[in-house]
Design a protein. Structure first.
Lengths: 213, 213
């Protein structure tokens, strides 16, 4: 089993399962998804990240105990990844680092799209000079904004603008774009490759998981 | 089509196709393989690398013209990758960088196994502090040595020694280990994950290729 950690609290089980479901469908591997307790708004600043990290660690430790053979922290900022790696004996991968490393292996200049003020530090560190720009779509400050027609239009505009800045591929710096399957829309409209956060963590996790069977 | 470049000259078509065949079988994508001309001994020092690079570039340019949508330089040293990236409009991936980036995304301390004097510079750069050691198996100086019983025994001994040094995963720094499917043997005998050069380049290339269909 692959254990997937959502870094916010959702009451709706369908929301909790959404990333895991994408990975199960694309890579034919079993995924168990859990969310951390008491953070309905997830991580949106240093304080909430600090609060979340011990919960991420506890959840990861628990998932290892339940038999998971690899863990995913399903967030573009990889919150708590080093802390969790120090506490478990199985690999821990992060959405941000997986997407960055997949993008880096292609070697293309990339444009990043996210919903926060800036690029998650782990992505900046791993992609470095390959980054041509980062954009937060106009009016999009949380993932639900991406569900509106206006939000999608703004997001597509951002991708187009990054291509005009020289990007040869788009990398998602937020898993919200994965949940709405926005990669397909960019590929269709702009004809360039998209590195999707959840797809990348799934690619790496499934490749590892299949070895351990 | 994925275009795969072998960085030596082989008369035997089965040898030329061996990496591409592994990728086709594992990832269900079409691969066309070609080898560079007039270098039966491949790349084994600075001089032979210098001679090979323009041939790798020419071959890559030709494969793009023939309709390939992504190119692989199937060698752990990524020879000529920057030169070729500068000349084509499609992504170029390398065996060494792909394996390093897949390993890095798992975040485990790794032991590297190769058949050359030291770690290929691209792998050292990308894996950095994750590397706990590098070993060339005793008596193994070219890939054909891996085909003997003695060579396989020495290679397994090397992997065991890297685990004793603290490696939690093995990364191949030579595609020769891929050709003889040595990863399965290490997993069976030592029970640790193995990041295989050809498998990693195939993983990244196939993930990209499937987007472009």
């Amino acid at each position: 089993m692959i254990g997937l950690i959502r870094v916010f609290t959702a009451k709706d089980n369908e929301v909790v399962q959404s990333h895991g479901k994408l990975i199960q469908e694309n890579y034919a591997v079993p995924v168990i998804s859990r969310s951390i307790p008491d953070q309905p708004y997830g991580i949106y600043d240093d304080e909430t990240e600090k609060t979340a990290i011990p919960k991420i660690v506890d959840l990861g430790v628990q998932l290892e105990k339940e038999g998971c053979r690899i863990l995913i922290i399903s967030c573009a900022a990889d919150p708590g990844i080093n802390e969790l790696r120090a506490r478990v004996s199985i690999p821990v991968i992060g959405g941000g680092s997986s997407a960055s490393l997949v993008a880096r292996s292609l070697g293309l200049p990339v444009g990043l799209m996210g919903i926060t003020e800036g690029v998650p530090p782990v992505m900046r560190e791993l992609l470095g000079e390959l980054i041509v720009g980062y954009i937060r779509p106009d009016g999009v400050t949380n993932t639900t904004d991406l569900l509106t027609e206006e939000g999608r239009r703004a997001a597509l505009e951002s991708a187009r603008s990054l291509v005009n800045q020289g990007a040869k591929a788009i990398v998602f710096a937020c898993t919200g774009f994965s949940t709405i399957s926005f990669a397909g829309e960019i590929r269709r409209e702009l004809g360039i490759p998209v590195i999707d956060t959840v797809d990348s963590e799934g690619l790496i996790a499934a490749n590892f998981y299949k070895q351990t069977r």
